[in-house]
Design a protein around this ligand. Structure first.
Ligand code: TXA
Ligand code: MG
Length: 320
């Protein structure tokens, strides 16, 4: 029997019993557990094979829950929360002492967000505790944007994938922390930098490991297919380097006429970056299951969501 279903009550019961449930969000599916259950949180790390130094995001039903989780909210964080929650933004704020160290990897900050998905908001409202939920994939591999992706990864490890359909935004939330009350982006994501700056002004970005060893999701290689993947401005030139191999191409908007390639996926024929982002991981899952020798991905224009997409593609490749 499939572990995928729309049964919210089953999710409530499992989560109350310290078990894990995969939950839909508007960004990617999460592997969720009760933040106060040591048993559940340990099994999140074990199931994902995730190192304990990598802290988890706490998912709350509404902004009001912040009171029980964080101890200080800078003015700019308030503005962001009002503007974008529920939504694809995670804030890293000073934690309250009641938040277990295992959630925050011993740090004095905690990452929080209110996800924008009706099914998971309903689930969170029915639970007496918030949910810790990293993306529901084994550590380092491609994040899941459909319930089937999660079931393929974890069908032997978890009992329930709560079906909320395909994720509308399709890449992870944008993570924003504060240093001396000034906002810093630790991870580019589904909320574009320009949208954030429209609310709070200029924001700096520290999303490389060297700049920010404290945000471990910024590892150079992450979100990666098993198939060797390259990112390039010049797809046709790169194809020539792999002649004779089974080549898969990932393109933004225009298709390619080239007999030497095995397959190609176009992310948005109308050139819409939001549509491209929503299909990105599904396309990588798809290409990764076609027995290809290499995947060559086209670089996106470096603004708006294109910047976030390039960030993910860079980490999926061997070329950096
Ligand atoms: O869209 C999302 O954010 C998804 C969905 C499920 O909500 N979740 C997600 O979680 O992407 P995960 O665990 O794959 O990524 C969480 C990131 C990691 O890079 C982690 O290092 C960072 O959040 N993080 C968590 N707590 C932090 C903290 N206190 N300081 C800095 N970075 C933190
Ligand atoms: Mg992840």
């Amino acid at each position: 029997m499939s572990i995928i279903s729309k049964d919210i009550q089953k999710a409530v019961a499992l989560l109350k019993a310290d078990k894990l449930v995969a939950i839909p969000t508007e960004t990617v599916y999460g592997l969720a557990g009760n933040i106060y259950s040591e048993k559940a949180i340990k099994s999140i790390f074990a199931t994902k094979k995730r190192p304990f130094f990598n802290p988890l995001i706490v998912h709350m039903p509404s902004v009001e829950s912040l009171e029980t989780i964080v101890s200080d909210v800078p003015e700019k964080a308030k503005l962001l929360a009002d503007a974008f929650w529920p939504g694809s933004m995670t804030l890293v704020l000073k934690k309250q002492s009641s938040i277990p160290d295992i959630i925050t990897a011993g740090k004095d900050t905690v990452a929080v967000r209110v996800p924008n998905h009706p099914v998971t908001l309903e689930l969170l409202k029915q639970l007496p505790f918030p949910l810790a939920a990293p993306s529901a994939n084994p550590f380092g591999s491609i994040s899941p944007t459909k319930p089937e992706h999660v079931a393929r990864y974890f069908k032997n490890d978890i009992e329930h994938v709560l079906d909320g359909g395909a994720c509308i935004n399709g890449i992870e939330s944008t993570i924003i922390g504060f240093e001396d009350d000034e906002p810093i982006i630790y991870r580019l994501g589904a909320l574009a930098l320009e949208d954030i700056e429209a609310v709070i002004g200029k924001v700096s970005i520290k999303n490389k490991k060297e700049e920010s060893p404290d945000a471990p999701g910024m590892l150079d290689r992450h979100y990666a297919p098993a198939t060797q993947t390259f990112l390039t401005d010049t797809v046709s030139e790169d194809i020539k380097k792999h002649l004779g191999k089974r080549i898969g191409i990932l393109l933004f908007k225009s298709d390619m006429k080239d007999d030497t390639i095995t397959t190609q996926i176009i992310l948005s024929q109308k050139g819409d970056m939001a549509e491209a982002a929503s299909k990105l991981y599904d396309a990588l899952h798809e290409l990764d299951h076609q027995n290809l020798d290499v995947i060559i991905a086209e670089k996106f224009p470096n603004y708006g969501l294109g910047k976030s997409i390039n960030d993910r593609l860079q980490r999926a490749t061997f070329s950096i």
